[in-house]
Ligand binder design. Structure first.
Ligand code: MD3
Ligand code: FE
Length: 220
């Protein structure tokens, strides 16, 4: 009897989430967002009724395969004139939808678990990938304070994430990011080149043929 109990509860006395370092400054919290999946998806649905997903154009004139929107005080946008954080959604002329308290708390908690207490995101970029959508290798350097980490939350279909070095030509490592995974990117990882391989088709129980990624940032 005692043996069966021990088997059933094996591992449940672990304290905190599974932490998996991906490299200096980069910490994967496997499944950290899973307990909140339903509320997160409902909040995203409410946001996109106010600020729908749209495929933005890069300064070079290419339409992105990833569709984006934002919530929070600032939203990341790109158009022919460049990249910027804007308090106003250029499509509606209105402020971006507020950042839901759950988003803010989840990002703050994840950052704390990874060694970055006091993270106060003012921007949340929401990316939607459909099969074939990808994000080429890039750095995130439009934020004023690069001392603050970026927290990413993956939902829906799995993606192959590319994590490179400080130079574009540094060899990238590949990681599979799954529904509910949270990654905190700070310190020496903050300016690493990174990207997402073309999304493979599939069906996710809650999100269907899609992947949604939230990235929390301190923009200003
Ligand atoms: C590593 N998004 O929105 S999230 C982006 O899955 C972006 O949609 C990807 O890159 C996505 O800019 C990757 C993981 C991520 C985000 C920011 C980083 C990794 C990062 C910043 C520095 C280093
Ligand atoms: Fe990025």
């Amino acid at each position: 009897m005692r043996g069966m109990t021990a088997d059933l509860f094996d591992g449940l006395d672990d304290v905190g989430p599974a932490r998996e370092p991906l490299g200096p400054g980069a910490m994967l919290l496997r499944g950290f967002a899973r307990p909140h999946e339903t509320e997160l998806i409902a909040a995203i649905e409410a946001i996109i009724t106010q600020a729908p997903f749209r495929q933005m154009v890069t300064p070079g004139g290419h339409q992105m395969s990833v569709a984006m929107t934002n919530c929070g005080s600032f939203g990341w946008v790109t158009d022919r004139s460049g990249y910027r954080y804007d308090p106003v959604d250029p499509e509606s002329g209105k402020p971006w939808p507020a950042m839901p308290p759950l988003f803010r708390k989840l990002a703050e908690q994840a950052a704390r678990e990874a060694g970055f207490p006091g993270f106060a995101p003012d921007a949340c970029l929401i990316n939607r990938y459909e099969p074939g959508a990808k994000m080429s290798l890039h750095q995130d350097r439009d934020e004023r304070d690069i001392g603050a980490p970026i927290v990413s939350v993956s939902l829906g279909l799995p993606a192959t994430f590319l994590f490179g070095g400080l130079k574009r030509t540094d060899k990238a490592q590949r990681y599979r990011l799954l529904h509910g995974d949270v990654v905190v990117w700070g310190g020496p990882a903050r300016l690493a080149f990174h990207g997402v391989a073309p999304l493979a088709d599939g069906e996710h129980g809650l999100l269907g043929r899609r992947r949604i990624n939230l990235t929390f940032r301190r923009a200003r």
